[in-house]
Each structure stands twice: as C-alpha cells, then as structure tokens.
Ligand binder design. Structure first.
Ligand SMILES: [Zn+2]
Length: 882
C-alpha cells in the first residue's frame, strides 16, 4: 500500500528509540484459513465499466457503473460496498431479459448498498447497471479535490485515493482485495484538462458542451483499491524503458521538477523487471504529483498510475536537499516495487498487508543500495530496524501478521513496514540472496493476477532454499517482540573462541516479563577478519566455536532482528577497538548500547563513552547517529534546565568540531553522505541552542536576499528551520508575509509549517491559531499542528482537542485516530496519559485505540527513563566534563 509519510524523520527515529519499551506475551496468532470478507460471497464481480462525470465546482459527481457479475450461489439480493452515494436507477440483465431492483437499501455503518430483486437469481452471469451520484472530498479519500495557488489565480485538480477502502466512494464495488476484476473507466471532463488513469487513453470524443468523453483501455485483473483517476491543468513528460512508457504528470509549470524521478524510474523499472523475472505488464507507468498533503501517506502505488504528493517526489535545486533527493528516489522505488508485490500479487485480506509493505520497504532498501552505492544507504537502513524495535519492544506491540475482521480494524504501523522489511532482510541473509530471489520469482509466477497469504511466500522460499524457513519466519511474524541475544561468555582456548549465547527478550516497559521464544539466525565475526560464522539460537541457547581469539562481534553486518547484550568485559574490548569495526557494526553497537542503556540492561555510560571517543574521521552515518541520539536525549531533559545545560555543553562540544570539518557550504566532489550530515548537524546543533549555529543560520537567511549563494537550496529548509525555531515576533511576522506571498505550493507549505515551529510558546500559539484558518489550505493545517507538537506536544494536543471537530475536517478518516496520539508522543507530562485515555474513551471505537495505547506506553517509558536513567547520565557528565 502506500508509502507512509508518518514514519521516520531524522530526529523522530531516535526520539522513539530513546524513549520507550516492550511488548506483550501473546503467542502466535492464528491466521484465518478462509478469506475474511465483510460482504456476502454469493456474487462476485468480473468486469466494471465505470463512467464518471465530475463537477469540480460543486464537489459532486454523477456516475454510471455497468458491472458484469457472476452469481455463485442463488440469491435475490446483491450487496456491494458504497459510501455517500445516491442511486437513481438499478437494473439487472441477462442476454435476454432485464429487471429493475425492487428495493435499494443503504447501510451507512457497513458502507454497503443492497439491491433486492423479486426473484431468485440462478447461478450464472449477469450485468448490473447502476446510475448514481456521489461526493468529491477535500481530503485524500475517494475522489477528492486539491486547491492550490498559482500566479494565475487559484486552481483545483482532482485525484483519487482508494486504499484501503475508499474505492466505494467513487465506484459501487466489491471493495475488498480478493475480489479482483478488470475495469474500463470513462470520464466526462472539460476539454482543456488532462485526465489520467491506470491505462492509456483509448478514445477521446467531444461531447459538444465544452467537455470530452475520455475512455481508458481496460485494466488487467486487479483489486479495487488500485484504481486511479486524476484530472487537472497537467503536464506530462515521458521516457521509454523495456517497452514501457514511463511518465510523470504534474500541475502545469512543475514538470521540470519531475525530471529526476522520471530518469530514476527508468533504472528502477529495469532493475525490478530483472529481479522479479516477470515483466511489468502494463503499457505505461505514470507517477502523478499533486500539491498538498495527507496525514496518512505520501504516495500510493495505483497500478500504472502512482500517485505522489509533490513533497515526496518533486525536486527543485532552489529548495531541495540531498535527503529530499534520496527520499524521492526511495518513495518512487517503493511504489514501483508495489507494481509487483501488491498489484500483480495482492494479499488475500488485510491480515497480510505486510506482504505488500514489508516487501516494498525491503525492496526499496535493496534497490537503492544497488543503484546508488554512493549514497551508502546500507548504513541508513539500520534506522528502519531501530524504529521498528522501538515500537516492538513495548507491550502494546502487535505481530507483523495480525488478523482483522474488518478493514476499519486494520492499523498499519512501523511493525507492518519496518519490521516486515527487517525480517525479510534477515531471512534473505539466512537462505542466501540468490535463493531468496529464486523463491520470490516462483511466488510471482504462481500467484500473478491473484491473491496470496504469508505462508504462500514462505512455501516458495522453502522450495527454493531446500531447508526449513517457515518456523523462523513464523517466530518473527506471528508473535510480537524483539529477541535479546546475551553473549554469556567468549572464551579463547587453543586458538579458537567459544561463544555461549542465550536468548531473552528486549522489553522497554516490562523488563521483568517472561521472554518469548524465537529461533534466531545469528552471524558472528572476529574483529579485523572477513569470514563470518553462523548459528541458529533455538530453545533459548546456542554455543559456537570459531577460529581466532580476537574480540567477536555478534550480529555482524546487522541483518539480524534482535538486540545484542555483551558481558561487560567483552563490551569494553569492542569499545576499545571501536574504530576497527565496520561502520555498520559501529552503528549496531551504538544502537544497542543506547537502547539497552536507556532500559537499564546496560549502563548508559557505555554509549556516552563511545560517543565521546568517536573520531572526526568516523563515517558520516556514525556521526549522524550520534547527533540523532543527542537530539533525542535533549528532549528527555525538557523539565530539568540545569542538567540540560550541562548535557548541551557536552553535546555541542562533540558535534561543533564535526560541523566545522564538514563546513556550511558543500565542497566540490564531496561524498553525498557529507551533504546529509551537514543538515543533520545544523538541525541538531540549532536544537541544542548552539549560539554559533543559530547566529550563522540567521546571518545566512538574512543575506540571501542580496546574495542567493549565502543560502544554497540544499540548506534552505534546515537553515530556515533553525531561524524559525528561534524566531522573535518580528521574524515571525516576516515569515508570515513571505508564506502568504509564495505561489509555489511546495514552498508555501514549508513556510506555513515553519510558522508553527517556534520555541517561544507565544509564537507557537500564534502558529496553531493560524493552522485552522484558510491560509495554509485544506491539507496544510494538520501539518502545522504536527510541526508545533515537535517542541510543544502538550500545547499541540490541548489545541487539537479544543478544536477537534475542525481539526478532523483537515485530514482523511484513516488519519484521525492516530493523529492525537502522534501529537502527544514527545510529552513528558504524566497528565498526558489521562488526557489520551479520556480522548480514546470518548471518541474512538475500542478497535481503533492501538495508537493511543502505544503513545501512552511511550510516554510512560520516557517519564520512567528520565527519572531513572538521566541521573546516571548526569553523573557521567560530571565525571567527564572539563
Ligand atoms: Zn507501500
């Protein structure tokens, strides 16, 4: 499904890791053997002919659907999904006869329409014809409108977003992934606008009233959630790859900003055609960029017509950074990977959503690593695992595969995406890359144009691997939680080292819980050597003997989804040789020691010792990680300004020399990793209150009017972010005027978000008030409140709760239940817990409270960590200052 924008900003990843705790003891969930459905299975669709006539001005549309169906069990009632629709005519026909429905019944709660006929329908094929009308929304669900400013006045474009269950807002349909069918879409649209759908245009006929009837070629057999329609003053650019027409579609005037994505998509399509062994089957693949945003997602993989918000894929040298570029490449790759995993082979029901998302996330990492080695993303990929583990080590965590009875109960999260990807990476490493690819090809071939469940994948992998995989896969996908591998001893004798390993569980909030059991593939390596050795920890223990007597790294290469806890002496040996470790294992050691240090399984001094001794020459990703942890730790000092000052002095003392080395302005031919680190360091040092960085940011922001080179595009957002965070009233007013005058939606949205970014509570309040006016646009307000919550979580939550009815109109339905808990995440106030619980009780169905529970668990953990762990850090700082 979609690319989640709610995951992972740089600072957020570490904030989560530094915050809290662990999971529940429910054992392997049972997975339904029958396809779950919310519709009667008496009828199934085979083909939809859909005609839509939108009226963008009134936000209404009329539609006509001719659906070829098969009655598989005799019935007199046909029930399908429909939301916010009125039916004016319902007819059923065979080749010989037709009948009007005797009754149409709408069930709003179930989102269905039932059509009764005064006869029993025998098994066989029929044609169901529906005339209806519906609504165009202002948030990304169903058919929706986005308004945006231009130098030429305000414009409106239309797009669709159907996953998970919003196709039913535009097409009366069997809106579940297993009801695959083909679709022929026709639209009646103004002559001067461009219409885009999954397939190329087959025919365009003038209607004589200023509109044309545009018909698209029929789609392959697919799930409803992948249908797409877009309409507006668009431009399109194309390229060719492997016989497929690749396209980018933007609003008029922005097509140049899509050049990078078009070029990148060529390489990605070629790579994936090769990898999957099944060629991309449609004649074209567009990526349609839209202004605005959503609190649920950044991009969506509609078959043949990927939808992306502009902020996710468009690049402009005047405003985009190296991390924007990498994110755009990653987002496009994720959606292209879905063209196979998701579109060609679809999960049977939402229980297995991770098959789409974990796989697309893993495939993105793999493809970017391969096509863009200079980005060194193998190292940044580790933050995925960290993000997943932070959630997975809380009692509120859920397994990767989780049964849901209704689509509304589905709550995709970091476990679905990031743990899913991490588990795939671990199993791939376990069976070998080639074997894994062979298994994936078998799976693609077998289930093409069909549906599958998780075990279908594991079966094919086992066939390719000729060894058991399912048991390991089940341990990691059917139960929640993070294994903890303890290195009990490492004894050298006669030139060999014998390691004794035991398996516990890494829990952040329930360290005393009885550990679950996993079969854990473990890779070990001796420091300074290349060969690695493998063992499988089962029944809680393993022993392995390897040649040599150097210190041993466990989880070498970091493909394992577990934490490693070394005995104290062993850890000191590794720490003493930190710079001799491969950078990926340096990151692993930093991550483990930081997380274990904050939960009390290790001393937090261990991480700080590493951070203190890391040389300037260490890999930029290692410095990025240290900066991220410092930023997170700083938030934990929110309520203790005195100790915070001591901590900041230490943190700035470490990071400032690295920034001095990297410099503010890119050197010719510097590695891309430097460009990313530069922004991370400026952001972090600004957040830590470093006067030199704040001063320099202000100087450059002010100088850019006269000298654009003072603030290159690659630094723009970061530097303006520092200035905005430390703004006074006059600076805030100046930014406000600039935001209002800005006509480029992408830049305008950024500027409005900065208006909510001030440290000064009075200015943050002004930003919040602005969020609900018309100024930031229909989708910009929720993003502003979100931005304010970074420094003022409690204020942002209070504001959103006070204005909940309006705030809810600023986002799509799916985003609502996770929005308030996301705002609260950074709080250290015990009162927030009661506030969140009261909110859930009052507004959310019991099945929609997962994010609230997770947020409460996170806040409780951070409060506990601040109370119990910060004094140890303070003691270390006292020992190590001066
Ligand atoms: Zn996705």
């Amino acid at each position: 499904m979609r690319h989640p924008f709610f995951l992972l900003t740089f600072a957020m990843a570490f904030a989560a890791a530094g915050s809290l705790p662990a999971h529940a003891g429910k054992a392997a969930s049972t997975v339904a053997t029958q396809t779950t459905t919310q519709l009667p299975r008496t009828v199934r669709p085979l083909h939809y002919d859909v005609m839509i006539a939108p009226d963008a001005a009134t936000l209404r549309f009329t539609g006509k659907a001719g659906i070829t169906i098969e009655v598989v069990q005799p019935t007199s009632i046909i029930t399908l999904n429909a939301v916010d629709m009125a039916f004016s005519s319902v007819n059923l026909a065979t080749d010989q006869v037709s009948w009007a429905a005797s009754k149409t019944e709408i069930n709003e709660g179930k989102q269905t329409a039932s059509f009764s006929f005064d006869r029993q329908l025998a098994k066989g094929r029929y044609r169901l014809t529906l005339d209806y009308s519906g609504k165009i929304g202002t948030q990304a669900a169903g058919l929706f409108a986005i308004d945006y400013p231009t130098t030429d006045g305000k414009k409106r474009a239309l797009y669709t977003q159907f996953e998970s269950a919003d196709a039913r807002r535009m097409v009366p349909s069997w809106d579940e992934p297993a009801f695959k069918a083909t679709f022929t879409l026709e639209v009646a649209v103004p002559n001067d606008l461009m219409a885009v759908s999954n397939m190329p245009v087959a025919d365009r006929k003038p209607l004589g009233d200023g509109r044309s009837l545009v018909r698209f070629e029929p789609t392959p057999k697919m799930s409803t959630y992948l249908l797409f329609f877009g309409l507006g003053e668009f431009e399109r650019a194309t390229a060719e790859q492997d016989g497929v027409e690749l396209g980018v579609v933007t609003k008029k005037g922005s097509i140049g900003q899509a050049a990078f994505i078009l070029e990148s998509s060529k390489a990605v399509l070629k790579e994936l055609n090769d990898y999957f062994g099944v060629k991309y089957p449609l004649p074209k693949l567009d990526n349609v960029a839209a202004p605005g945003g959503s609190q649920s997602f950044g991009a969506m993989e509609n078959w043949g017509a990927i939808f992306s918000f502009e902020h996710a894929i468009l690049l402009d040298p005047a405003i985009s950074s190296q991390s924007d570029k990498q994110r755009a490449f990653g987002t496009a790759t994720h959606e292209i990977a879905h063209q196979w995993f998701g579109n060609l082979v679809t999960m049977r029901w939402w229980d297995d959503l991770w098959l789409n998302e974990g796989f697309a996330s893993w495939m993105t990492d793999r493809t970017v690593r391969k096509l863009r080695p200079e980005w060194n993303t193998a190292l940044s990929g580790l933050s995925r695992r960290e993000w997943a583990m932070a959630q997975d080590a809380l009692e509120t965590s859920q397994p990767v595969v989780r049964h849901v009875e209704t689509v509304e109960q589905m709550r995709p999260d970091a476990i679905t995406y990031q743990k899913g990807a991490a588990v795939i990476g671990m199993v791939e490493e376990y069976v070998g890359r080639k074997v894994w690819a062979d298994g994936v090809r078998l799976y693609m071939k077998k289930y093409a144009y069909g549906n599958a469940v998780s075990d279908d994948l594991w079966t094919q992998i086992e066939m390719a691997a000729r060894k058991p995989v399912k048991a390991i896969a089940h341990d990691f996908t059917l139960q929640p939680g993070v294994p903890l591998i303890r290195v009990e001893s490492a004894l050298c004798s006669k030139g060999s080292t014998t390691l004794k390993l035991s398996q516990g569980e890494f829990s952040r909030d329930h360290p005393e819980k009885k550990p679950l059991r996993w079969r854990v593939p473990v890779i070990v390596q001796q420091l300074g050597t290349t060969p690695s050795y493998r063992t499988l920890v089962r029944n809680g223990a393993a022993t392995i003997t390897i040649p040599g007597c150097a210190p041993v790294i466990v989880n070498a290469g970091q493909s394992g989804y577990y934490r490693t806890l070394y005995a104290a002496g062993h850890f000191s040996q590794l720490a003493a040789n930190f710079t001799a470790l491969n950078p990926i294992d340096q990151l692993g050691l930093l991550s483990d020691s930081w997380s274990l240090g904050m939960t009390g399984l290790q001393s937090p001094a261990d991480f700080l010792d590493l951070a203190k001794s890391t040389p300037l020459s260490a890999d930029p990703k290692v410095w990025g990680q240290i900066a991220g942890v410092f930023a997170a730790l700083d938030r934990n000092y929110e309520t203790d300004p005195a100790h915070r000052a001591t901590f900041r002095k230490f943190a700035i003392g470490r990071l400032a020399p690295k920034l001095a080395q990297v410099g503010w302005i890119a050197q010719a031919n510097e590695p891309d990793t430097f460009a990313i680190l530069r922004n991370e360091l400026i952001e972090t040092l600004g957040g830590l209150g470093d006067a030199a960085v704040i001063g320099e940011a202000r100087r450059r922001a002010a100088a850019r009017a006269a000298d654009p080179a003072a603030l290159p595009g690659a630094l723009r957002r970061t530097v303006l972010g520092v200035v905005a965070a430390h703004a006074d009233a006059a600076a805030w007013d100046q930014m406000h005027a600039a935001a209002l005058a800005e006509k480029v939606p992408l830049v305008r949205d950024q500027l409005f978000q900065l208006l909510a970014a001030a440290e000064d509570p009075e200015l943050a309040r002004k930003g919040l008030a602005l969020a609900l006016t018309g100024e930031p646009g229909e989708t910009g307000g929720a993003a502003m409140i979100r931005r304010a919550s970074v420094l003022h979580p409690d204020m942002a939550v209070d504001f959103a709760l006070d204005n909940l009815a309006v705030v809810n109109t600023k986002m799509d339905n799916e985003a609502r239940s996770r929005y308030i808990p996301a705002l609260a995440r950074g709080s250290l106030d015990p009162a927030m817990i009661a506030k969140l619980n009261a909110y859930a009780e009052k507004y959310l169905a019991p099945t929609a409270r997962r994010e609230v529970k997770a947020s409460v668990a996170n806040i409780s953990y951070r409060i506990k960590a601040a109370r119990e762990r910060l004094p140890l850090i303070d003691a270390w700082l006292t020992r190590n200052s001066g």
